[in-house]
Design a protein. Structure first.
Ligand SMILES: NC(=O)c1ccc[n+]([C@@H]2O[C@H](COP(=O)([O-])OP(=O)(O)OC[C@H]3O[C@@H](n4cnc5c(N)ncnc54)[C@H](O)[C@@H]3O)[C@@H](O)[C@H]2O)c1
Ligand SMILES: OC[C@@H](O)C(O)[C@H](O)CO
Length: 464
């Protein structure tokens, strides 16, 4: 074992640079430079950024902003290797096959796991089908290629660390990956993965908008640096990880990471109270013509629907909890209201087709199971339906991004008079509830209430 260990990260989006890279940077600042990051991407959309980062020797400035608008600037130094993109992901394969790579982390979005509401791999997805045949479009195809080479090079154990917003993200990824390898007929690699990798669950948190040109301008004004890879985020940061690293890990506890036995209470609170609410606010804000999350959250009717969803339906589902859920809710809503973040409804409302089954359907299901009508949660799919209706009539002010969107089929669905029924009958969104008449009636009522509200958005929804 050399002293130098590499965390190879797949997914060169904004979030990785504001979160995992920041923690490893803080460790280096404390004099522990035994871990560094090698960063690459599966898809070519990050190729320009990777080139820019390579030109800056991996360094970039992170701007953070507090709820009071106080800004701070740090040069992040943990990215020591930038892996250039090519269609065979050669650089990722070469780095991932080395035994010095002891952790392979990834952020490939919620839609990047292609799971059904029952959390099984959706083998009907074209990207998954292509990768089963040997292509590299998904995290599954990419890791199959990388780990095959790693086994050929001696097969040193490695931790596969999901850093995306997914409930039970390590477990769910692992289940999907093993199902993928089985579909591919690669039982030898599946067995190797079972024996030689771990996939701890993690909860990651830091609101990181897509950087706009004014970030680079402020960075230049504050630091004098011309930085083509700067990123901005809120000052809040949190990372909770199950301590199950098969090949060692950075001393993350020294920089504030919580290493726990089970991440469950944190991830449930994060996914349901933060992420599901965030998406609902983005869809609602968009429907009344707003672009930003903070402006949308400050609309009393939108704030109230978010507050009611958490209070009436999520908190009973998650109680008892070691977290103070009411406080968590209030802090989250305050973070969303931060006027200095300027996060867009476009970014946060994306990937709804994965967010509904992953983040909302479990609460609907659990309310019914305990005999409660999930009236406040029903507002979320109702908002998403109205949002998709706008998308289908080309009436959104921005491009809707969704990794599992099959646009032609969905447009056709929305051109029919029974579009709401078809939406609610989609078991990929609602699992067994898709067949439940009471659920259909509840969301249909909620859609009607929202349609009235949209005529007078200043009115409180409950008063409609
Ligand atoms: N931005 C945040 O506030 C934030 C906070 C916590 C967690 N996250 C998690 O990180 C993810 C990425 O956020 P970001 O801000 O970096 O987004 P981003 O849009 O900046 O980057 C997305 C990255 O995912 C890749 N990607 C997209 N779809 C993919 C697919 N199907 N397969 C493989 N790669 C794919 C893209 O190439 C890109 O590298 C989020 O979806 C979320 O799960 C983000
Ligand atoms: O809800 C959207 C997410 O990207 C969110 O910004 C993040 O999960 C905050 O940690």
């Amino acid at each position: 074992m050399t002293n130098q260990s590499v965390w190879m990260h797949i997914g060169a989006g904004s979030f990785h640079r504001a979160h995992q890279a920041w923690y490893l940077h803080k460790l280096r600042e404390q004099g522990d430079d035994s871990w560094s990051i090698a960063l690459g991407n599966i898809r070519n959309d990050a190729a320009p950024l990777l080139k820019q980062l390579a030109a800056q020797e991996g360094e970039y400035v992170l701007e953070t902003v507090t709820p009071d608008g106080e800004r701070a600037y740090e040069t992040i130094t943990s990215l020591r290797k930038i892996l250039p993109w090519d269609s065979n992901i050669s650089a990722l394969v070469e780095q991932g096959a080395k035994s010095e790579t002891r952790v392979i982390g990834f952020t490939v979005t919620e839609a990047g796991y292609y799971l059904t509401p029952e959390f099984e791999l959706d083998l009907t997805q074209p990207d998954v089908q292509a990768d089963v045949k040997g292509d590299i479009r998904t995290i599954y195809g990419a890791l199959a290629r990388i780990l095959t080479q790693r086994v050929a090079n001696g097969g040193a154990p490695v931790t596969l660390l999901n850093c995306d917003n997914l409930r039970h993200n390590g477990e769910r990824f692992r289940h999907g990956f093993l199902a993928f390898l089985t579909a591919k007929g690669d039982n030898a690699l599946a067995n190797w993965v079972r024996e030689n990798t771990t996939s701890p669950n993690t909860m990651v948190d830091r609101i990181t908008p897509r950087p706009t040109p004014d970030v680079a301008e402020r960075v230049k004004a504050a630091t004098g640096k011309e930085d083509g890879a700067s990123v901005m985020a809120e000052s809040f940061i949190q990372w909770v990880i199950e301590d199950d690293f098969i090949a060692g890990r950075p001393a993350l506890e020294k920089v504030g990471v919580e290493l726990v036995e089970s991440v469950l209470p944190w991830e449930e609170a994060k996914i349901r109270i933060l992420n599901a609410t965030h998406a609902a606010i983005a869809w609602a804000g968009t429907l009344i013509g707003l672009n930003y999350i903070d402006d949308s959250t400050r609309q009393p009717a939108i704030y109230q629907l978010a507050y009611d969803y958490v209070t009436q339906d999520v908190m009973p589902s998650l109680s008892p909890s070691p977290l103070d859920l009411a406080d968590y809710r209030d802090v989250v809503l305050a973070r969303f209201s931060n006027p200095y973040i300027k996060d867009t409804n476009q970014r946060v409302g994306a990937d709804g087709l994965s967010k509904i089954p992953g983040m909302v359907t479990p609460t609907l299901r659990e309310c019914y199971q305990r005999g409660a009508e999930p009236a406040a949660t029903a507002v979320l799919p109702a908002l998403f339906f109205l949002f998709l209706q706008r998308w289908a009539s080309d009436d959104l002010p921005y491009t809707y991004q969704d990794g599992v969107l099959q646009a032609d089929a969905l447009r056709q669905q929305f051109s029919r008079s029974d579009a709401l029924n078809a939406f609610l009958s989609d078991s990929a969104l609602f699992g067994e509830l898709a067949q439940d008449k009471a659920f259909h009636a509840l969301v249909t009522r909620s859609v009607a209430d929202l349609q009235l509200w949209l005529k007078q958005p200043e009115r409180m929804l409950a008063a409609v």
